[in-house]
Design a protein around this ligand. Structure first.
Ligand code: GLY
Ligand code: MN
Ligand code: MN
Length: 347
């Protein structure tokens, strides 16, 4: 981060995103910010987090502000003689920006996008281990809740999945589970309803657990009962697209090439327009983070990146299929972290 700031000519960065704060200094509470300068790091919070900050914060001096947080920040910025301060354009509110400008008169505020997020895209082994634990909890929960779906309500399956993930050691869900059956499977981000799953439905189950702050994100599409030939055909196309994309993952290639590998298969089968989202996204402390795996992505895959590969086909009034796995970029190739989570491989 400091190298990035040096390159950008900023004397420091005010980190406002709590996720970025957590990643940099370990604080897991809900109010705090971090000032990183060339020589030091200062963590700001209030009385409510005095004890927690003493326990959690590493590598930064803790300042407890009695009054307005941004006045405390401004005082430290001036003390450190920072003339140009990076701010997180995607996280600092317009109101806080105005307060900071008023309190730190004379300091140039430089809006930056995604500096910490860029660094977070490459995981260290401790982070990868946490992702594996999150995956293990969601994997076991899936095994416990995905049998005999016909006759159950989408909402009940989602509740059972959430409870099972917590039982398996998750702090909670990484995001609200998606259970979408029959025609509802055509909605990529469907909310579970009272609908009862029927034999022959395509059923999308998209779920993730959070452990030690890190997320998993998995999708399996099931076909309780055999379903029609057309449903099975669409499933096979998505499966083939996903295999092609997963097989393409290795360091040094553009992220857009992974998207292309999946998209080519789906386009050739005539469903290009029915695959309207990107192929994947990074996963870590947040369920959606860098790198973006889409045709617009300018990123190059690096060892340590963890992301999803999740092509899908969605057809109005018919249903849909999405298959999502998580992959780790290694020194030479890749490892599909969720390879043991069963999926239909022949249908
Ligand atoms: N659960 C949302 C996604 O897969 O990105
Ligand atoms: Mn995803
Ligand atoms: Mn998902």
């Amino acid at each position: 981060l400091r190298a990035a700031l040096r390159r950008g000519g900023q004397g420091g960065l005010l980190v406002s995103s709590l996720t970025n704060v957590r990643w940099l200094c370990g604080f897991t509470g809900s109010a705090g910010s971090l000032l990183v300068t060339a020589r030091e790091a200062v963590f700001f919070t209030d009385f409510r987090y005095r004890i927690q900050a003493q326990r959690e914060v590493a590598g930064a001096r803790v300042v407890e502000y009695p009054g307005r947080p941004l006045e405390a920040v401004a005082a430290e910025v001036k003390r450190a003689r920072v003339r140009r301060l990076g701010i997180e354009a995607e996280h600092l509110t317009v109101a806080a920006h105005a307060d900071l400008r008023a309190a730190a008169g004379g300091v140039e505020l430089d809006p930056l996008k995604g500096v910490v997020e860029q660094a977070r895209a490459v995981k260290d082994p401790t982070e990868v281990a946490a992702v594996r634990r999150a995956l293990a909890a969601s994997h076991r929960a899936f095994l416990a809740t995905s049998r005999r779906l016909a006759g159950r309500r989408e909402r009940d399956v989602a509740d059972a999945l959430g409870a099972a993930m917590r039982r398996e050691g998750a702090e909670g869900e990484a995001f609200p589970s998606i259970i979408a059956s029959g025609p509802r499977a055509a909605l990529p981000h469907a909310v579970p309803t009272e609908r009862r799953i029927r034999g022959g439905d395509l059923v999308i189950m998209d779920f993730g657990a959070r452990r030690d702050g890190y997320c998993s994100d998995l999708t399996r599409t099931l076909l309780p009962g055999r379903g029609t030939a057309e449903r099975r055909r669409i499933y096979r196309i998505v499966l083939e697209a996903q295999r092609a994309a997963l097989a393409s993952v290795r360091p040094g290639i553009p992220a857009s090439a992974v998207d292309e590998a999946a998209r080519r298969v789906i386009e050739q089968a005539g469903f290009g327009k029915e695959f309207g989202h990107g192929t994947g996204h990074g996963v870590g402390l947040e369920v959606h983070e860098k790198p973006s795996i889409s045709h617009r992505s300018g990123e190059v895959l690096q060892p340590g990146m963890v992301f999803t590969v999740e092509p899908g086909i969605y057809v109005k009034d018919f249903g849909g299929v999405r298959i999502e796995d998580m992959v780790l970029v290694c020194q030479t190739g890749s490892e599909v972290l969720s390879r043991h989570v069963p999926k239909l491989t022949a249908c």
